[in-house]
Design a protein around this ligand. Structure first.
Ligand SMILES: [Zn+2]
Length: 285
């Protein structure tokens, strides 16, 4: 599967793994669906990883979890004969419940990840799992993911550790808006505004996304010089202000900044540097 988890959410899961007190039943709620799924995989990897610093995501066990073929990590899928994304009670019993007391193959524990558990497991299935949740055999980890833990039965919920993920802060719309603010700062020569916009982006992820959108608009400006029309108002603004060589120079420093964001760079120093580069390129004669 694709592993997609923003840093703060990854930290929540790693913190839980590090604490060494992973409970038998965890409900992962909040965030986006792909984040919940990735968080569940990370937690499962933490449970079966063979390294000291778990999950390492590089050992064979971790790889098997990520690629979904670890013999001790199970991802029950909806029943094939049902259309609605539900795992039938019969399939739950036959394929999973009946095997739960069998010892793990190669890890220290067995992990069951019930994705979208509120939809996958109807009340009867959640009740069927309840006995195991109440008196779990040694070395069994249940991970449920749901948009909200409240959509699970209270009896299940009350025995689980609920982990709430953060929502992604920088949506595409935010990055678009921030890129436009950078463009305004450049075009209108409001140096103070430019620096303020860049400094307000004080996490690497939002800054990286905004700069990537900005870069993309600069490239569209380049296409405009080559005769390709654009409907993007921000791109039009750029083309009125910048010539081709300045646009290229801006793309270069922006790419450089995006590259440096992936290193251990100090973000304040980087935005100050970037702002001075933008000023130099745009305003010099
Ligand atoms: Zn590992």
């Amino acid at each position: 599967m694709e592993f997609r988890l923003q840093q703060d959410n990854e930290n929540i899961i790693r913190e839980l793994c590090r604490s060494g007190r992973v409970p038998h039943t965890v409900i992962i709620e909040g965030g986006e669906k792909d984040e919940r799924d990735s968080a569940a995989v990370l937690l499962a990897a933490g449970a079966v990883c063979k390294e000291k610093e778990r999950p390492c995501l590089t050992c064979t066990a971790c790889h098997k979890v990520i690629e979904n073929h670890h013999p001790d990590v199970f991802l029950p899928e909806p029943s094939k004969n049902l259309k609605s994304g539900i795992l039938s009670l019969k399939d739950l019993r036959d394929d999973y419940l009946s095997q739960m007391s069998i010892k793990p193959n190669e890890a220290d524990c067995k992990v069951y990840i019930f994705r979208d558990a509120d939809r996958l497991l109807r009340e009867d299935s959640q009740n069927a799992l309840l006995k195991t949740i109440e008196e779990p055999p040694q070395n069994l980890l249940f991970i449920f993911t749901a948009e909200s833990a409240k959509s699970m039965l209270l009896t299940v919920r009350s025995r689980a550790r609920i982990i709430t993920l953060h929502h992604r802060e920088n949506s595409d719309e935010d990055s678009e808006r921030l890129a436009e603010e950078i463009i305004d700062g450049i075009v209108l020569m409001y140096e103070y505004d430019l620096l303020r916009t860049l400094s307000a982006l004080n996490d690497k992820e939002s800054l990286g996304s905004a700069l990537t959108v900005f870069s993309d608009k600069l490239r569209q400006a380049l296409s405009f010089y080559s005769g390709i029309k654009t409907d993007d108002a921000a791109v039009k603004k750029l083309t009125r202000k910048l010539d081709r060589s300045r646009a290229i120079a801006l793309i270069e420093v922006t790419s450089d900044a995006v590259r440096r964001l992936k290193t251990n760079v100090n973000i304040q120093l980087l935005t100050t540097w970037l702002s001075s580069q933008y000023r130099r390129i745009t305003w010099q004669k």
